[in-house]
Each structure stands twice: as C-alpha cells, then as structure tokens.
Design a binder for this molecule. Structure first.
Ligand code: GTP
Ligand code: SPV
Ligand code: MN
Length: 598
C-alpha cells in the first residue's frame, strides 16, 4: 500500500502531526476488507487482546476483558472544551481548549511507541448520504478497530468520499497506560476534534458513538437545524403493511435496545404486528420537505448490555449475537462459550469471570457481596445486519418518518406507565425534566435519581439551556411534528416488584401511543398529561390485575410536589438562559398539581 491511500491534504497533514506526537512504530490504514479484519483478529488473539471463542458454537466471536477500573463511561473524566465556559453550559464538565490540549498532549506524547497506529476512516450514516458525517479515528487499539468495523461503515469507500470533502471529525485515541489517573475524554466542538486517552472501554473509545454522534453532532445539529439524539428508532407494522416509526430516548441501560427489537407478546399475536429495528441508541433527525421529522440511525451495529439478555427478554438479540460478535467483560465457560447473569440456560458450574479469575456460583467477596461472573455493564458488539428484525430501510438515505417521540426513565415511583404531552412545548418540558435512577452504564452510585434531560445529560455537546431552545425551535419549524409521550416501565409495588411486565409487553403501550397519534381514541386529562382510559390498553393474555394497572397510572400529589422542587433546583442551574417557555410549563404544572384532588 502507498504511504497515504488518500490525496486529502488536510487528512495527511493531521495524520503526520499526530504521528509525531504519539510516535507509533508503524501506521496501518484500515480499508474495510475481510482479509484485513481476519488478520487483525489473528493478531489480537496472539497479543491476548481477544480470546477466540468456540468457533463451532459461536462463529466469528471473541471475548475481550478490559482493565478492572475501565468498565463504563467515566463522565467525570469527560470534558467539553470550548473557549467560553458558557458555551458548554452549567451541566457539562468544561475545560478551556488550550489547557485540555496541553494536559492531554503530555499523556499522548510517545504513547504509541512500539505500537501500531491504525487509521480508521468511518462514516456515521450510509456512505455518501448528505445526512451522514465522516470521521477518522487514529488508535493504537486493535480492539477499537475491530469494534469500529462493526459499529460504523469503515474503509475505502469513505476515503474516496473524503477526496473532495474536507469536512471530517478528527478523532485521536490511545490506550496509553490505561491509567485512570491519566484518562481524559475531550471534545473540541470548535475544532471538530475528539481526543480520548487512557481508556479501552466502549463509550470512551469508539469515538463514532457517543463522542461524535452525540456530543459533536449535537453542536453541528444545532447549527444546521436538526436533532442528534440518544434514541432508538423502531417501526411497528400492521397486517395491512402500514408501518409507523417511533423514536425513544431512555437513559443508558434503561431499555432502548430491548424495545427496539421486541417480539409482539402472545396476547397480541392475533393482531399480526411486526417490529422493524432501525436503531437502538442514536437517532439523527431532520425536517424533510414534507414538514415531518425523518430519522436515520448513524450506526451499523449494537453495543448492547449483556446481563439480562435472554430468549424471554430479547429473543432477537439472542439470535443476533450467535456470530460475528465481540463480547466484553462476560464470563467464559469451559466449552469456549460465554455467560452472564440473566442469560439463557443453567448457571454454569464453573468458568472464568470477567476479571479473568476462576469462578463458581455462590462465591462471595470480602464484604459478603456475591461475585458476579459478568460485569453488570458487560456488553456485546454485534452487526445490526445479523438482527432478524433489522429494518429494510437502514441504508435508505432519507431514513424513516417519525410519528411519536417517547421519553422515559427508570422511576420506581412517580411517573405513570405512559402519558402524553398536551403539545410540543409541553413535550419538550417532559423531555427537559426527565430523571432516572443511575445504572451500571456509568461510573457512580447506583440507584440514585438524577435529572437526565432527553437522556442527553452526559451527551449534549453544548449548553443544555440552548439545547432546550433548539428543541422548541424545531417544533415551530415542523408543520407535521410528532406527538411527544413519556413512559416508565419500572414502577414498583409495596414489595419492590415491578408492576409492569415490560419487554415485549411494552408493545401494548406503543399501540396506545400510535392510536393517539392517529386520533383513533380519546384519553383522560390529568395534571401531568393525557393518560389512557384503562380499557384502551389491550391486556389480552396478560396476567395483570385491574389494581396493578390502576396503580401504574396513579398520580401522587405529594410525590409530584417533591418532584417539582427537584425540577426547580435543576432549572435554576441555567439562570437566565433557561427558555421562559419551560418556566411557563413549570408554573402551569405546579398549579395543576396544587389544585389536584386525586
Ligand atoms: P444503553 O446501551 O446503555 O444505552 O442501554 P439501553 O437503553 O439500550 O438499555 P437495554 O435495552 O440494554 O436495557 C438495560 C437493562 O434494562 C437490561 O438489564 C434489561 O434487562 C432492562 N430492561 C429493558 N427493558 C425493560 C423493561 O421493559 N422492563 C424491565 N423491568 N427491565 C427492562
Ligand atoms: C450508553 O452508556 O448509553 C451506551 C454504552 O450506549 S456506551 O457506548 O458506553 O456509551
Ligand atoms: Mn446508550
């Protein structure tokens, strides 16, 4: 291969400059070929980065283990680097670009010595679509290369596209020493640049994902008047062939992947629904010439949560991950297959846990807690094309038209199973006031409720007050705006049990949502929004008492008063920049709750 398989001067100069900084032993350009992929897999097995799994049972599958302190996104080490702090806003970690570059340069300096630097040209979205964005990631990790080959469209075709286009996101990653004290994930939206160092964990290092497609893209989207969102996209087909698409934002590890590929429950089989999966994590949405909102999934793979994935909760994913999959931080079984808590089949009698230690069920650590076989945030990287429900519109440049936007969180109390906003502005308020209990997807205290507007709190690349304004503006520019809803699959009863069965059964709620979008049914007005008439949720074949269903929709005045306080505290962080429309909505909700006699 020539030294540079491109004529793009900007790209060549940048690669040269980063080479001088990181001092790799050699440089390999990733061309997207099968042959190169196989070679990289082979090398990874030899170097110990990957373990080849049982190729009879799991063809093309590998296992990877990260460092013990490198198992989830580290939000406190993730920064938005803009000249002014105001641009990043009060909820982002901010660092001035000069300082950030200087600090990171000290870590990047010589970090790739004795290593190969891989150059990965990738496209987020179909190559050549005017809605796609191109990035180039430089990395010293074969694991990153192999994951990027699954998650994004990589290789020659992208480089050809870059010949006459100068616009690409410069992404630099080095494992360096994988030292948490020298770990930084830096975003420079003003330079269209991402620098990540000292980590080997997915969301920190697969720079096309959260870093480019959300943090950087949200800034571009604001400028170009579209939306870059932490949302799944799915199609619901009726027997007459008509498909309606919805987009849904739930915080990390709150059910996007599961919903995006659900299998219609037994009780609704007679209705003949079929689900089409467009995406499970990220949606780029713009207003098309018809005045409606159209969405593409910029990714080409899933980076899904392993624990809890089984044939009952998510049969489509169980099918998807039978081949061509990289598992990270799961348990290795003696037969060269893998397992995690909540997987199919029996609990294995023995294995090697995610930390590489011998494991048996019933083991406890020094503080008496059970030792898990798989890390709670263990994941698999798998091609979307292997998914039985993959949408045939994945490669279509226009994407799919969105009928409903659904927000949701993990709330044991408070939020009803489903409610509908009164209008777009109220819907933006529902998104802006989302909150959820913390999961294992990010480092920090589990279970703690935190506000997570639009599930974008960790991913918005600019001041969230401006982001809310952008949402309000999008609504005004959209003659055929989708309706906005809020769902909560996670409400519990007095015994701490989930009131709602969730997973495939969630289709029953989506059915109501679509009926509302199509003006087929009326609803009950409450202080928080419209909720279903109980008889409008089809519970055929579901063992759910009337009492439970009722409970799922209860609105407790006292809880909502506490919630209003928390919303107020959150909104106040934005001082004068919070759009007044949201304060208006706040006041209106306050008085509706105050006067509520329910
Ligand atoms: P990220 O990939 O981190 O963005 O997560 P995600 O939003 O795609 O979440 P995912 O679908 O992987 O689900 C995360 C966890 O929530 C898993 O442990 C699931 O078993 C659980 N879960 C998903 N859907 C439901 C549901 O409807 N009810 C209940 N009770 N749990 C669910
Ligand atoms: C999330 O945490 O929302 C994920 C996984 O989807 S990561 O890629 O690590 O961000
Ligand atoms: Mn996610």
């Amino acid at each position: 291969m020539k030294k540079y398989p491109t004529h793009n001067k900007k790209l060549i100069n940048w690669v040269d400059k980063m080479t001088r900084l990181c001092e790799p032993q050699d440089i390999v350009w990733i061309d997207g070929s099968e042959e190169q992929k196989l070679r990289l897999q082979e090398e990874s097995v030899l170097s110990g980065e990957l373990i080849r799994l049982n190729q009879k049972k799991l063809p093309g599958c590998f296992l990877h283990r990260t460092s013990i302190d490198d198992v989830a996104r580290t939000e406190h080490l993730t920064f938005i680097c803009t000249k002014r702090k105001r641009t990043a806003g009060p909820t982002s970690n901010w660092m001035p670009p000069k300082l950030a570059y200087k600090k990171a340069e000290a870590i990047f300096k010589g970090s790739m010595r004795w290593r190969t630097m891989y150059v990965i040209p990738f496209s987020m979205g179909p190559v050549g679509s005017e809605f796609s964005k191109i990035g180039v990631e430089l990395t010293d990790s074969r694991y990153v290369v192999l994951n990027m080959l699954i998650m994004t469209r990589v290789g020659e075709a992208v480089l050809r596209h870059l010949e006459d286009k100068d616009d690409f996101t410069k992404c630099l990653h080095s494992k360096a020493d994988l030292d948490i004290n020298k770990r930084m994930i830096l975003h420079f939206p003003e330079d269209n640049t991402i620098w990540s160092v000292g980590s080997g964990y997915g969301g920190n290092v697969l720079l096309g994902k959260k870093c480019l497609s959300l943090r950087i893209a949200s800034v571009i989207a604001r400028r170009e008047m579209w939306l870059a969102e932490h949302m799944l996209i799915m199609g619901i087909e009726e027997p007459n062939g008509h498909i309606e698409y919805i987009a849904a934002a739930f915080p990390s590890a709150c059910g996007k992947t599961n919903l995006a590929m659900l299998i219609p429950p037994q009780g609704l089989r007679r209705k003949g629904y079929r689900i089409w999966t467009v995406g499970d994590d990220i949606a780029w949405m713009r207003i098309d010439s018809d005045g409606a909102l159209w969405a593409i999934n910029p990714e080409s793979g899933f980076f899904g949560v392993a624990p809890g994935t089984n044939s009952r909760t998510n049969p489509n994913m169980v099918e998807t991950i039978k081949k061509d999959t990289i598992f990270t931080n799961v348990l290795l079984k003696p037969d060269g297959t893998v397992w995690w808590e909540g997987a199919d089949g029996e609990i294995p009698a023995e294995g090697i846990d995610w930390q590489g230690r011998p494991w048996r069920p019933g083991m406890f650590d020094a503080s008496g807690r059970p030792i898990l076989g798989a890390h709670p945030n263990s994941r698999f990287t798998t091609p979307i094309e292997n998914c039985p429900s993959v949408s045939f519109r994945l490669e279509q440049h226009h994407g799919v038209p969105i009928s409903a936007i659904v927000f949701g969180g993990r709330r044991q109390h408070l939020a009803p199973l489903v409610y509908e906003s009164f209008n777009w502005q109220h819907g933006v308020f529902l998104g802006a006031t989302m909150a959820s209990e913390r999961t294992a997807a990010q480092v920090g205290k589990l279970g703690e409720v935190r506000r997570d507007p639009m599930a974008m709190f960790p991913f918005c690349g600019y001041n969230m007050a401006e982001y809310f304004k952008h949402w309000l503006k999008m609504g005004k520019n959209m003659p055929k705006a989708p309706k906005i809803f809020h769902v909560n699959w996670f409400r519990i009863d007095e015994n701490g049990k989930f009131l709602w069965p969730g997973f495939g059964e969630n289709l029953r709620v989506l059915e109501w949502i679509l009926d509302r979008c199509n003006n087929k049914i009326s609803a009950v007005q409450t202080p928080v929004g419209y909720i279903p008439k109980i008889s409008d949720i089809d519970i055929t074949g579901l063992k759910l008492s009337k009492n439970s269903l009722q409970k799922l929709f209860e609105i407790h005045k006292k809880d909502w008063m506490v919630e209003l306080e928390s919303i107020k505290t959150f909104f106040k962080k934005f001082k004068n920049s919070l759009p007044r429309e949201l304060w208006q909505e706040y006041k209106a909700l306050y008085s509706r709750i105050k006067n509520y006699k329910g």
